[in-house]
Design a protein around this ligand. Structure first.
Ligand code: SF4
Ligand code: MSK
Length: 662
């Protein structure tokens, strides 16, 4: 890996910069300051270290070409990579498993306050899983869907059922390569077995199984998590909200939910709207209750309830530093351990809720579904009680308007109407060159690079070049904070993309959800491929997947299942297997030959944009589409925007997207 540049600016987000001054003034440690203090290990950072047995750790540096057992750099880097995929797949899939348990509990009427909110989605998922629906009670179908979903995790033979949602061609590729996933748990366990000392020692063979494990995530655990979430909490439709730390209110009880699971947070939304609890907050001197989110729990309740995101991964500590947060409720994944210590210096109560996750310094209030609403009310009440303990506050004023929650189903409806939902208009626009191509910009923040810089610059350049962008995870939050999910951003889109967005009523940057919802991108791409005119499969599409500021194993798992599904994927930050030419050859050229997709790392966002556009144009040419020419477009529709910009935000949303304000 090339030496990482010194990060001169910690963040391009003015709210973050303001809070970092507060942190400095009070001597608080944050991920930003620790990233300066803790130097990355130059051996581990690009895959040169193996510590999977007690003869090591072995560091393949200088004249050392093998570990004590004889393992080569390629084998070591491949094992490290495969284990990252297994870690990420486990996180997504265990989340999906819990949702299946929740669905069964709902069916058995053992989950207080929950119900099947989207019966149509239940029927659709039942169809995918081969569960009969005719003349059956909703709860009976739900129980069977939950049970069948659970079986997908422990299935030992055959094929994960959802892989049948990929194109026939794709399924055959996976079968021919022997990477069709059998069951989620099986593939993860096999990765850990193969990468144990002295098992699978051929880098390409190890990485084949990494592909298989990632597919068990993308077309298994993650896709099930997304579908079951839609069944229980509702399939997202566009909602409007605001984003960034400025959503916190000085005169309200502020409650933050952080992590990844929608289960408890959905109930916290209900509790925060409870008139009795609002009155209780008023009795303590607050004007009301302000609920907001961090990370993907935030995405879940943003896209279904319009609850504002206070920020992405690197905002979690900054939110505490405002002094205005009465409670931060966390579940799983992307929770910094530093929160436990930081909250000791503030009145904020850190509350852990998952039976899987405790944080030193936090109060643990384990969430049980059978009393979900009661538990949510207890937590909200506790936060209200804490309001009187609040000291000095500093809430940055920065926030931006947001429209979020464009599920695959909603896009179908927007594009084709209720009775004939279809991606035809989108495909036609790509074929004509109004839309040059599509990009998924996803993933995390990383304290080793300037927060949001890679994400925002990449998105800005792509939409200016008529590339339609979908966003998830913390990249979605970054887009939200910088106004890229608001109607104004049509002005920043290229002329062809702007025409299409105005005509269809979609923004140039579409919020598609949380990390597990990257499975929605697989569905969208598959539908584009099967709609006609853009080839037969995902690897034919003029499309790219980009993760500019990745941080965790989940991002690697997502990138890998996108590659295995045929996509060209580019990551920023740095290459975790950069030390091995052999492994880099495999994940690029060998994978491209095998599955049509490839994974590349490029530290600079400019290079990511350049390679993305080059790839999109190459795919357009391979499809025989007209060459992209921006000068042909822009003479229809866009005259509306200056007029619309005169309107207040809510009326603008209504005019552009036809939404009822929430
Ligand atoms: Fe070293 Fe081999 Fe053990 Fe890895 S498995 S730590 S390379 S001896
Ligand atoms: S929260 S996985 S930092 S996107 Fe899903 Fe953000 Fe990455 Fe966590």
């Amino acid at each position: 890996m090339a030496k990482k540049k010194k990060t001169l600016i910690p963040s391009i987000d003015p709210a973050a910069c303001e809070m970092l001054e507060v942190a400095e003034a009070c001597g608080a440690s944050t991920a930003f300051s620790r990233a300066v203090e803790v130097k990355p290990c130059p051996i581990g950072e690009d895959g040169k270290c193996c510590k999977i047995c007690a003869m090591g750790p072995c560091r393949i540096v200088g004249k050392t070409t093998r570990g004590v057992c004889g393992a080569t750099l390629g084998t070591i880097a491949a094992r490290n990579y495969a284990r990252m995929v297994a870690g990420g797949a486990s996180a997504h899939s265990d989340h999906g498993r819990d949702l299946a348990f929740t669905l069964i509990a709902i069916a058995d009427e053992e989950a207080q306050g929950y119900e099947v909110r989207d019966v149509n989605k239940l029927y659709e998922v039942a169809g995918h899983l081969g569960i009969p629906t005719e003349e059956r009670e909703t709860n009976d179908i739900a129980r069977d869907v939950g049970t069948k979903a659970l079986e997908q995790f422990g299935q030992q033979r055959g094929e994960i059922i959802y892989t049948a949602r990929a194109t026939e061609k794709r399924q055959q590729i996976w079968r021919d390569l022997g990477i069709m996933p059998r069951g989620v748990d099986r593939e993860v366990v096999e990765t850990l077995h193969r990468t144990h000392e002295g098992v699978d020692l051929e880098p390409e063979h190890i990485l084949d199984h990494a592909l298989r494990t990632s597919l068990a995530d993308g077309w298994g655990g993650s896709m099930l998590a997304t579908d079951i979430s839609d069944i229980i909490f509702g399939t997202p439709n566009p909602v409007q909200s605001e984003a960034n730390l400025g959503v916190l209110k000085d005169d309200h009880v502020n409650i933050l939910v952080h992590g990844h699971e929608p289960t408890l947070s959905d109930m916290i939304v209900v509790a925060a709207l409870d008139p009795e609890l609002i009155e209780y907050a008023k009795s303590k001197g607050a004007k009301g209750i302000q609920l907001a989110g961090i990370c993907c729990t935030s995405n879940e309740i943003l896209m279904r309830h319009g609850v504002p995101p206070a920020g992405n991964f690197l905002h979690q500590e900054l939110a505490i530093l405002t002094g205005a947060v009465e409670a931060m409720i966390v579940d799983v994944q992307c929770i910094m351990q530093s929160l436990g210590e930081l909250t000791q210096d503030y009145h904020t109560e850190l509350i852990t809720t998952s039976r899987k996750a405790k944080v030193p310094g936090a109060v643990h209030m384990e969430f049980e579904e059978h009393r979900a609403l009661d538990a949510a009310k207890e937590i909200v009440r506790r936060a209200i009680d804490n309001y009187v303990n609040r000291g000095k506050t500093h809430i940055p004023e920065h926030k931006s308007g947001v429209v979020a929650g464009f599920s695959h189903e909603y896009l179908n409806y927007m594009l084709g109407g209720v009775s004939r939902g279809s991606f035809r208009p989108l495909n036609d626009a790509v074929m004509a060159g109004r839309i040059r191509g599509a990009a998924g910009v996803v993933g995390c923040n990383n304290a080793r690079v300037t927060q949001d810089e890679g994400i925002i610059n990449t998105i800005r350049e792509l939409i200016a070049n008529d590339v339609l962008v979908v966003v998830t995870g913390c990249a979605a939050h970054a887009s939200a904070k910088f106004g890229y999910l608001s109607p104004e951003m049509m002005e920043s889109a290229g002329p062809g993309l702007k025409e299409i967005c105005e005509t269809i009523g979609i923004p140039p940057v579409i919020h598609l959800g949380s990390c597990v919802d990257n499975a929605r991108i697989l569905t969208v791409l598959t539908q584009m491929a099967t709609e006609g005119g853009l080839g037969e499969d995902i690897d034919d599409l003029p499309a790219v997947g980009i993760c500019p500021e990745y941080m965790c194993e989940k991002a690697i798992a997502i990138g890998t299942y996108c590659v295995a599904s045929g996509a060209y994927v580019l990551f920023g930050v740095g290459n975790p297997v950069g030390a091995s030419d052999e492994v880099n050859h495999i994940i690029t050229e060998v994978w491209e030959k095998k599955v049509g997709g490839k994974l590349e790392f490029a530290e600079e966002w400019q290079e990511i944009v350049r390679r993305s556009l080059e790839h999109i144009d190459k795919k357009r040419a391979a499809l025989g589409l007209v060459e992209y020419d921006a000068s042909k477009w822009g003479r229809s529709g866009d005259h509306r925007m200056p007029l619309l910009l005169e309107l207040p935000f809510e009326e603008r949303i209504e005019a552009v997207y036809g939404l009822a304000g929430k």
